[in-house]
Ligand binder design. Structure first.
Ligand SMILES: Nc1nc2c(ncn2[C@@H]2O[C@H](COP(=O)(O)OP(=O)(O)OP(=O)(O)O)[C@@H](O)[C@H]2O)c(=O)[nH]1
Length: 166
């Protein structure tokens, strides 16, 4: 659990670090179902981890809820001398999937706060849209209900609370 501030709102986020290893996949998939935001992380010093991202994306598409927000991360940006994946490759892949992209480093803290804030922002935005949709629908339903109720009552001053209905 961690609390971060986004647009002046304090948001409590729960972070799960899922295992990348194949043998834990059954458990990992169970986490997808409850996720609202997902970081897809590769290691910039490992071309193999970058190639795996496509598999992660298809798993997420299959098991995560529809509106889940995703960000692509190229981690270990401090390991410049061991770099196997160019920044542009990361940007390109993120673009293909319509995701934001950050290179981060857990060692130097590069873009850690920024990427968490951005993912939270995206989740909040998506949630707001959903809430606004529900609110609009609810207000329409309310308006309809009021209209229907009005239809059953006599018109004009007789509809006022002071007037006797009998
Ligand atoms: N140089 C560097 N090393 C890192 C960074 N992030 C993680 N590591 C190292 O990478 C190794 C693996 O880190 P983990 O956090 O276990 O990676 P993981 O992806 O969660 O691993 P799995 O749970 O097996 O999928 C550890 O030795 C970390 O210290 C980073 O930003 N820079």
């Amino acid at each position: 659990m961690k609390t971060i501030e986004v647009d002046g709102i304090k948001v409590r986020i729960q972070i799960w670090d899922t295992a990348g290893q194949e043998r834990y996949q059954t458990i990992t998939k169970q986490y997808y179902r409850r996720a609202q935001g997902i970081f897809l992380v590769y290691d910039i010093s490992s071309e193999r981890s970058y190639q795996h991202i496509m598999k992660w994306v298809s798993d997420v598409d299959e098991y995560a809820p529809e509106g889940v927000q995703k960000i692509l991360i190229g981690n270990k940006a401090d390991e410049e001398q061991k770099r196997q994946v160019g920044r542009e490759q990361g940007q390109q892949l993120a673009k293909e999937y319509g995701m934001d992209f950050y290179e981060t480093s857990a060692c130097t803290n590069l873009n850690i706060k920024e990427s968490f804030t951005r993912l939270t922002e995206l989740v909040l935005q998506a949630h707001r849209k959903e809430l606004d949709g529900l609110r609009t629908r609810a207000s329409h339903e309310l308006a309809l209900a009021e209209l229907e109720e009005d239809e059953g009552k006599p018109e004009g001053p007789a509809n006022s609370s002071k007037t006797c209905w009998c």
